[in-house]
Design a protein around this ligand. Structure first.
Ligand SMILES: Cc1cc2nc3c(=O)[nH]c(=O)nc-3n(C[C@H](O)[C@H](O)[C@H](O)COP(=O)(O)O)c2cc1C
Ligand SMILES: [Mn+2]
Length: 484
């Protein structure tokens, strides 16, 4: 299965009864509030139309990846998979990515409306103010930002939040260590602004590819092409020479200016950590704006996860990336990787079959050092292979019963983080020291006496099965279908 563009994907959702069109909303908090409430109840994807101050047809889509089912549809996987199985299939699929360089075409729907120079006005697009204490209107929450490495020409995609400052200027928050930021800094060190294309309404394939991170010098266009099943069609940008996805809803061409030349603080912005953080000084000067007739802005507002409002139901990004990096760094015996839903990468779990002394610490350190979970991480929990890393009860039980705090928690100091981290003190923020510590929580049975560790008290599958068979009518009567 594949989809041509965002509209095509929304049609698929509509046919599946998984999209609700909501009309007559205000971009100023009302749209965001509806999205947050619906997300917290795991409701349908949303398409907002007739937005205050905008012509009918200028729309905002949201909550595309908010359920496991929609995430699977977006990834081109069967829609009824369990979370761990879905991630395993997506990991297998993404690791088999072959080279899918974008395919240049002469023109595309994204060019239906084009403005350059003085005619550019970003306020033409319906950008919501999503959360109450946001510093402004965010056009880029489900963005796809394209840059090119000046040394090698490889093209990087990233999702970075973007706030409208004025008609021709947007703020962009590029965390330290992002490929997009490394590329930008190369231009700035040569005294040049960094050419950039930003897409504000791509289909889920391009969006997922953007927040996914391929290894340095490997383009995320390959991931987008893989999900599509064919190369992404692009037109060549007149102002940047960068590829612009031809079927995108809206895009800009511009330059990220060296903050020493020009800067403006964006944010704060309500983030996935459950706090308002950030404040990036980086700005993009926009040279051209283009959008389709009746454009659809793709929104992906971060939400406080403590009441089920995550914007991503399936850990599409962190888990497969970390799992692959464990394999690449030679850590054997990994049976599962997960992130705690309420803490995302701040609390990663890896499950291993212990095979040699020091194995569990090696796995923990490799997770803490990976690109996907290394940035703004906090805790890495290592569990044995009898613990399902995606089952929070099992993980916490293992921590409580198998981790001796004195000998099985290690602290690593001065690790990679950024302004998004709520634990960066005001003093550290002031001097731009964005480092924080990590704890490796080894909740595996102690290696040298693991075979003498007390036996687990839990009904065996065999006894559960036999009991279920003999007492089936009783259990059915009680509404109990599964007792293992
Ligand atoms: C919805 C969403 C919003 C994101 N916003 C930002 C952001 O504002 N700044 C940032 O540095 N990373 C952000 N990220 C994470 C990056 O997109 C992600 O780490 C990506 O892999 C970076 O790619 P790169 O290393 O190729 O630049 C966001 C991710 C998602 C899913
Ligand atoms: Mn990259």
């Amino acid at each position: 299965m594949s989809y041509k563009d965002l509209r095509d994907f929304l049609n698929t959702l509509e046919k599946a009864g998984d999209l609700r069109v909501i009309e007559n909303v205000d971009w100023d908090l009302e749209l965001g509030a509806i999205a947050e409430v619906v997300a917290s109840k795991h409701g349908p994807a949303l398409l907002f139309d007739k937005i205050k101050d905008y012509p009918a047809g200028y729309r905002v889509a949201a909550l595309l990846l908010n359920t496991i089912k929609r995430s699977c549809l977006a990834l081109g996987l069967p829609a009824d998979l369990q979370p761990l199985e879905a991630i395993k299939q997506w990991k297998a699929k993404s690791s088999a990515a072959k080279s899918f360089p974008p395919k240049e075409v002469a023109s595309g729907p994204v060019q239906e409306n084009q403005y350059t120079g003085e005619k550019v006005d970003l306020n033409m697009l319906p950008a919501p103010k999503w959360h109450e204490a946001d510093g402004g209107r965010y056009l880029g929450t489900g963005s796809c930002v394209i840059t090119r490495d000046p040394d090698t020409g490889y093209m990087n995609l990233g999702t970075y939040r973007m706030q409208i400052h004025d008609q021709k200027t947007v703020g962009i928050d590029l965390a330290p260590g992002r490929h997009g930021r490394i590329i930008m800094e190369k231009y700035h060190s040569q005294g040049k602004p960094c050419p950039v294309v930003a897409v504000f309404g791509s289909d889920p394939a391009l969006f997922i590819a953007s927040f996914y991170s391929s290894p340095w010098q490997t383009s995320e266009f390959d991931i987008a092409g893989l999900i599509h099943g064919s190369p992404i069609e692009v037109i060549r940008g007149k102002h940047t020479d960068l590829p612009i996805p031809a079927w995108a809803e809206a895009a800009i061409e511009g330059e990220i200016v060296d903050p020493k030349v020009e800067s403006k603080i964006e944010g704060p912005f309500g983030e996935y950590t459950g706090y308002y953080t950030g404040q990036s000084p980086l700005v993009v000067k926009v040279k051209s704006l283009m959008f389709r007739d009746d454009p659809i802005i793709l929104g992906s507002p971060p939400l406080n996860p403590t009441y089920g409002a995550q914007s991503m139901a399936l850990p599409i990004k962190t888990v497969p990336e970390v799992w692959q990096s464990l394999q690449a760094s030679g850590v054997t015996g990994v049976v599962g990787v997960w992130e705690m839903p309420v803490a995302s990468r701040m609390m990663m779990v890896v499950s291993i079959k212990q095979m040699y002394p020091g194995h569990s610490r090696q796995a923990g350190m490799a997770v803490a050092a990976s690109k996907a979970a290394g940035f703004a991480g906090r805790f890495v929990i290592v569990v044995d292979d009898d613990v399902d890393p995606s089952n929070m009860e099992q993980v916490l039980w293992a921590v409580a019963t198998r981790c001796d705090p004195e000998s099985a928690i290690d602290i690593v100091r001065n690790c990679w983080s950024g302004s998004i981290d709520p634990l960066i003190s005001p003093e550290k923020r002031e001097r731009k020291d964005f480092r924080t510590s990590r704890a490796i929580i080894d909740a595996c049975r102690p290696y040298y006496w693991k075979d003498k560790f007390p036996k687990v008290n839990k009904i065996s599958e065999d006894l559960a099965q036999k009991t279920m068979e003999k007492w089936r009518e009783l259990f059915v009567d009680m509404g109990i279908m599964d007792i293992s």
